[in-house]
Design a protein around this ligand. Structure first.
Ligand code: C2O
Length: 517
């Protein structure tokens, strides 16, 4: 095992990922930020220095953080945040997580403005076909506005286009930090590979709102991994990657030598209003057997994709079968909840658009964290209570937990569970009314889309002590920082509290609470 050390300096910078200059929040002056690449038994030590005017926290999406819940990097849940001008060290191992994932700020909407990067874990015994080389492809929607201002518009009475609850529509997107806004801009992320080899493309949607449809002209893609779970390989022409999901696909460089478009199409079904200038497809260039500056023949940005002939269809997530999968264990603890969103006024809320899990909406209180509160008088004001506006489910012994979820909202929500992977044992239209499960070899992952007006049943083994968020990963729905309002589409599970009570949390992390800004 190796210890890998990283220094992350988080700061504001002006940048122009798609040619339009904007205010960004970045790590080490890069967008995307540094890739963390390691072997399964390595230790990762990241020293994060916060040069932002607000507290920040960095989350390692999909990792388990077994017995290091306090390094999960979730503002107001597992820590009070790194105060402006200060540093902290995250120190963790992978505990069996292998495959493709990413890291991002988990404080307000900071990651929308650029604080994201790939995180790749290699293992010799990973159950995937052999490949010759691999490449992380981060796709993200892109906003020319600064995210706190967009969030504010989203909530408030005037709203966007006069309607609170209209999610900001992106102006375009990026592939590995490069996009194309307007016809005159022709910078592309590009890569030159070797001919007649097999490459593993690690697709990551590090965006804030919309799914991205990825394809490479004239090439079939073989899906082999989703969210760190190896899957029975199957061929597709394109892969729809929801926010925060990851897929690995194999690509064979065996078409004729040339330069080909990689395409990442923004899912326009998610758009809540018309944004006339939006660039709905981002491109990159993938080439082999030709010079490094060769570009594809057709440079027009609006020509239709040239998908492989007789091509397989898009990825249908029903096709995902985990390698060696079998039925999920029977549930021993069940939680039923509904998802809804509405404009509200009332004693506990500002008049704003809010999300509800059952009837609660998550709202962080300045200088608090659920974990530290649970451990006793360790919040800024000495109180040990959580905000009463949030749902926390305590699981005080090891259980197979079942979530039965009715999405009563008219939007699709990509939900993510921290610290665990779940089996997807049931989905269907309408409300849950004791429909039969589909539990032969359910997919095991950490992020899934719960479509509008459908139910979903998940199961997971709650054996990892600490406070873990379960939330919609759409930044406008999850974004929460005490410096701003929050839609609050999040709830927490408090797993094995008698175990987390034994955590040795570094004193300086507790001291951060008094300085949270
Ligand atoms: Cu990608 Cu709450 O995380």
């Amino acid at each position: 095992p190796t210890t890998r050390n990283y220094d992350f300096v988080v700061e504001e910078r002006r940048g122009a990922p798609d040619g339009v200059e904007k205010l960004m929040l970045v790590v080490n002056g890069q967008f995307p930020g540094p890739t963390i690449e390691a072997n399964a038994d390595d230790r990762i030590v990241v020293n994060v220095t916060n040069k932002l005017p607000n507290s920040t926290a960095i989350h390692w999406h999909g990792l388990f953080q077994r017995n290091t819940n306090f390094y999960d990097g979730t503002l107001a849940i597992t820590q009070c945040g790194i105060p402006p001008g200060e540093s902290m060290i995250y120190n963790f191992t992978f505990d069996g997580y292998v495959g493709s994932t990413w890291w991002h700020a988990h404080a307000g909407t900071q990651y929308t403005d650029g604080i994201t990067g790939a995180l790749i874990v290699h293992a010799k015994n990973e159950s995937v076909p052999a490949y010759n080389g691999d490449l992380a492809i981060q796709m993200a929607d892109l906003y020319h506005g600064f995210s706190p201002a967009l969030l504010n518009l989203y909530f408030t009475p005037g709203g966007i286009e006069g309607t609170p609850g209209n999610e900001p529509v992106p102006d375009g997107g990026t592939i590995n930090g490069v996009g194309q806004y307007g016809a005159s801009n022709s910078s592309f992320f590009n890569v030159t590979l070797e001919a007649n080899k097999t490459y593993r493309l690690r697709l990551i949607n590090s965006g804030s709102f919309v799914a991205m449809l990825f394809s490479v002209d004239d090439h079939v893609l073989t899906v082999i991994e989703a969210d760190g779970t190896p899957v029975t390989p199957f061929d597709v022409a394109s892969v729809s990657v929801a926010v925060a999901q990851r897929y690995s696909v194999l690509l064979h460089t065996n078409a004729s030598a040339g330069a080909y478009w990689m395409r990442a199409g923004l899912d326009q079904d998610a758009f809540t209003y018309d944004n006339p200038g939006v660039q709905t497809e981002v491109r990159g260039i993938l080439r082999y057997g030709v010079a490094n500056d060769t570009i594809p023949d057709v440079v027009l940005l609006d020509n239709p994709p040239n998908l492989p002939s007789g091509s397989p269809g898009d990825l249908d997530t029903d096709d995902l079968v985990p390698v060696g999968g079998g039925p999920a264990p029977d549930a021993t603890f069940s939680v039923y909840f509904t998802i809804s969103m509405q404009y509200t006024g009332g004693p506990n809320y500002l008049s704003q658009f809010l999300s509800f899990i059952n009837s609660t909406s998550w709202e962080p209180l300045q200088g608090t964290s659920s974990l530290f509160s649970h451990l006793g008088n360790k919040t800024a004001d000495g109180s040990a209570t959580l905000a009463d506006s949030q749902l926390v489910t305590t699981i005080d012994e090891e259980h197979v937990v079942e979530f039965i979820i009715d999405n009563l909202d008219d939007g699709d929500h990509p939900f993510h569970l921290h610290g665990h992977k779940f089996w997807i044992v049931g989905t269907g239209a309408g409300r849950y009314q004791h429909q039969a499960l589909d539990n032969k070899a359910p997919m095991l992952r950490d992020t899934l889309v719960i479509p509008a007006y459908t139910y979903t049943i998940l199961r997971f083994v709650a054996d990892n002590p600490g406070f873990w968020a379960f939330h919609c990963h759409i930044q406008w729905h999850m974004g929460a920082h005490w410096s701003m309002q929050a839609a609050g589409l999040l709830f927490q599970i408090n797993v094995l509290p008698s175990e987390s009570a034994k955590f040795a949390i570094p004193q300086y992390m507790l001291d951060q609470c008094a300085k949270a800004g």
